[in-house]
Write a protein that binds this ligand. Sequence first.
Ligand SMILES: Cc1ncc(COP(=O)(O)O)c(C=O)c1O
Length: 444
Amino acid sequence: MSDTDFPYGNPADSDAGLLIRREKLLGKNAPLFYEQPLHLVRGEGVHLYDADGQQYLDVYNNVANVGHCHPRVVQALSTQAATLNIHTRYLHETILEYGENLTKTFADPLSMVMFTCTGSEANDLAMRMARHTTGAKGIICTNETYHGNTAAVDALATLFGGGQPRGENVKSVPFPDGYRPQDNLHGRALCDAYLRAIDQAIAEFEEEGVGFAGVLMCPIFANEAVPSVPAGYLSGVADRVRANNGLLIFDEVQSGFGRTGSMWGYEFVGVQPDIVTLGKPMGNGHPIAGVVASPELVNSFRADVMYFNTFAGNPVSCAVAKAVLEVVHEEKLVQNAEDVGHYLRAGLCDLQQHYDAIGDVRGPGLFIGVELVRDRISKAPAPELAARVINKMKAKHVLISKIGPFDNVLKIRPPIVFSKENADQLLETLDLVLKELALEDGVL
Ligand SMILES: Cc1ncc(COP(=O)(O)O)c(C=O)c1O
C-alpha cells in the first residue's frame, strides 16, 4: 500500500470530516465539548491554538497546571525518553528523588507513595487499601460525585446514577451545600444534618454486616461544583470515620498541586486524611497519578498484596512529574493560585451586582464556580443559560465549562499560571457575553 492509498481519511479533513471519522471510531456518545467542537493543534502557557491558528484563553484545563507545554517539563520528558524508559521493577534514582520530593510536601505520617497511571486507579487502590486494612467493605461517598472509571470506582459515580451509587457496598450521603441547604437549615444545624447522614450510613453498613471501611471524598467537592461547605463538616466527618475505625480518603485528583492556594486541598480545609489520591495535574498532561499514605498502611497492604503496575511511576513519568513539582515551587504557583483566585472572585462578585442570573460565586483558589439561576429568590437553576454562556465564551476565544447537579454552574479552573491580566480578559468577556444575552432575548 502506498501513502496515497491510505484508506482511513484525509489528514487534511475539515472539522466535519474529523467528526464523522471520530464517531465511526469512538462511538456517537464519546464526549466532546461545545456545540461546535474545537480542533486544537497547539498549546503554550495559558493559551491553546486551533487548526486555523486562532488563540484561545484556557480557563478550564487543570491538567496543564503549570501551563501547556511548559519548556522545563517538555525538556525533562524528552531527555529521559531519549535515555531510558522501562517498567517499574528496576532501581532508578529519578523515581526515588521524585517520590522523596513529593512526600516531603505532606504532613506526617503521609510519607509513602504508590504510583498509578490515572486518578481512577489511584482511587481504586485507595479503596482496596481501606478495605484491606479494616477488613470491612463499606465506602461512603457523596450523592453528586465522580471519582473515576474502574469498575470499583464507578460504583461511586452518583453523578451519573441519579444520586445513587452504581455498585455494591457503597452508600451516598448528600453533599454539604451552603447555597441550597438541606431543609433550609443554617450554621451548626446544617452541619449536624449533613453529619447525621454519615452516622446513618455507617450504622446501616454495620447492621447489614458489610462493615465500614471509610469515606472517600474530594476535600473541595470539585465535582459537586465546589459548594460552600458548612464550617465543621469535614472535621466532623473525620471524627466519625476515626471513631468507627474507618479510613478517611481524600481524592485530591482535582484539589492537589496548588489549585486551592494551598499545596494540598487537605491543608486548605484543615483536616488531615489517612490516604490522599493524586492525578490530573501531577504530570501536566503526562499520565502519572498515585496514592500517598502512612508507612503503616502501605507496608501492611504490600505485605499481603502484590501490587504491580507496568507503567506507573516509570522513569519518564517520574522525570516529568519531578519537573512539574519543581516548577510549582520555583514559580510560586501555589501563591499565584491564591492571589489570582482572590482577584478573580472579587471581579466575579462585582459582575454579580449587575446580573441577577449570577446566583452565587464560590470556590477556593483558582477553582471557581459561578452558579446561574433564573432568579435569585427561587434559585431555580438555569442550565440552558449556562450552556449558552460557555458556547458564546468559546466563540469569543475564552474556554470555560459547566458542572453541578443541575449543570448550571460555570466551571472556572485554569492552569495555575493564570495571571491577573488573564483574569481581566475572562471578566471582560463574561460581561460582554451576559450583556449580549440580555439584549438578545432578555434572558437576564
Ligand atoms: C475528583 C476526581 N477523581 C478522580 C478522577 C479520575 O481520574 P482519571 O480520569 O485520571 O482516571 C477524576 C476525573 O475527572 C476526578 O475529577
